[in-house]
Unconditional design. Structure first.
Length: 128
């Protein structure tokens, strides 16, 4: 029997999420380790909205963009704090500027304290 697309997407999301979780556990990360963490966040975030998209499409919704996926997922009750997810989307688009140490440090702190808990909630939802 073929797996549902969102279940396959969850498997990839889970792998990336667990790498992000491990990278955030580093006590005093170097700038290189922070860069790696930011990279894991980029991948995990990309997979998170695609997971939402696949799940919502399975449930009959049409999704055209990451922002649309976040808004529909919030309306559906799949995620909480839709506004913070939108902030994460905007910061995810800033991560290409991680060569600027101040931007990298700012984004890293947001990932650790604000965005990772959102991803953890999504992970928990699909894990159960």
């Amino acid at each position: 029997m073929e797996k549902l697309r969102y279940k396959q997407r969850f498997e990839n999301f889970q792998k990336s999420y667990l790498l992000l979780e491990s990278s955030l556990a580093i006590e005093k990360p170097s700038i290189i380790e922070k860069g790696g963490c930011i990279q894991f966040f980029e991948i995990t975030f990309e997979l998170s909205w695609k997971l939402m998209k696949d799940f919502l499409e399975y449930n009959g919704y049409q999704i055209r963009s990451p922002r649309d996926a976040i808004k529909q997922a919030f309306s559906f009750g799949l995620i909480n704090h839709g506004d913070v997810w939108i902030d994460a989307l905007m910061d995810r688009n800033l991560t290409v500027h991680t060569y600027e140490e101040s931007v990298a440090n700012d984004v890293f702190q947001k990932i650790k304290t604000i965005y990772f808990p959102l991803l953890k909630d999504l992970y928990t939802y699909f894990r159960e």
